[in-house]
Ligand binder design. Structure first.
Ligand SMILES: [Zn+2]
Length: 67
């Protein structure tokens, strides 16, 4: 199980109802499409700064795609 970064619920990463999104090279799983949409709108709100290094040339569009 992994933790949905938006609502902090446990999500089964093999069958995440909300799908997944990649951010800063990490993959996050969501309990509902609503949570994923919130995350994609403002991912930095849900990922602590120290968990993700901003890469040179950081581009917010990088993480908007689904896997
Ligand atoms: Zn959620």
């Amino acid at each position: 199980m992994v933790i949905d970064p938006v609502c902090k619920k446990e999500v089964d990463e093999k069958a995440a109802p909300g799908g997944k999104a990649r951010f800063w090279g990490k993959v996050f799983f969501f309990c509902a499409p609503k949570c994923r949409a919130s995350f994609q709108r403002d991912p930095q709100k849900y990922v602590p700064e120290d968990e993700g290094e901003k890469e040179p040339g950081y581009d917010p569009r990088m993480f908007l795609g689904d896997m």
